[in-house]
Design a protein around this ligand. Sequence first.
Ligand code: NAP
Length: 284
Amino acid sequence: MSAHMLSGRELATAMRTQAGEGAAKLADRGVTVQLAVVVATREESAWWYVRSLEKAGTNLDIACRVVDLGPEASAESLAAPLGELSADGGVHGIILQAPLPPGARLPQLALQIDPDKDVDGASPVSLGRLTVGLPAFAPATAQAVLRLLDFHGIELSGQRAVVVGRSAVVGKPVAQLLLARDATVTICHSRTRDLAEVTSAADLLVVAAGRAGLITAQHVRPGAVVIDVGTNPTADGRLTGDVDADGVATTAGALSPVPGGVGPVTTAQLLLNTVTTASGRSGG
Ligand code: NAP
């Protein structure tokens, strides 16, 4: 038996269409939806992502303002532009692109982002609001995981969910969102003892560790749903996930591919979040 593939492409297309329709309605009212992306790196993969956002935005009449501070920018020098963009009425969403300069801490800097424009849920204010059930944007990747599960009709209430990874951008917010949907959630990390014992109890396994091939068939309960958030560059320039897809496909009931799973939904979610703030609505 082979796992059902949880593709994100069809969903992402529908979400982009929705974002484009929202942006067009706002344009009719004289509002140009604008997403600002603050970058302080020359790392190729970061720029690839920024360019892909710009391109997707352009196709949907969502302007992307890239604020390139250069790789020499100090941690301190990032705070002021974030504050200025927050105060700028023409900007509806703000992203601080990783990686950050040495010494810069994302949660600290993200405090400068107006929570209403925090379309990638980077601010500790957003994560705090999410935790207590107040409206807030979760990081787009975490939202994308839930969107993908819903799109494929996967039941969450009462399910045993295991999240591998505890970062503030993926693991923790995914766990919060699953908890809010009444899953019973366990979070694993690099110090978890006997990872396979914990993960193989899961009905739903979400993996966001950034370790290619970490999850093999022995980590997965037969029939489980596996969401692979990992994006690891390969030597030949492709992307691979954290899950050994070939091995796990014979055990899992359903598996999201890399690429083509969570990734495209994440980009679409960011654009949709920006249209939401431009419409005067808040996240959540
Ligand atoms: P991160 O900040 O490096 O966090 C990785 C997490 O995985 C940490 O909590 C770490 O544990 C845990 N971990 C590492 N090795 C482990 C192991 N052997 N066993 C169990 N847990 C382990 O990474 P991130 O920013 O969350 O991103 C995770 C992955 O998702 C990356 O591949 C990233 O590229 C990808 N990603 C994809 C998207 C998308 O749109 N598809 C978006 C964002 C990120 P400790 O806390 O103990 O160190």
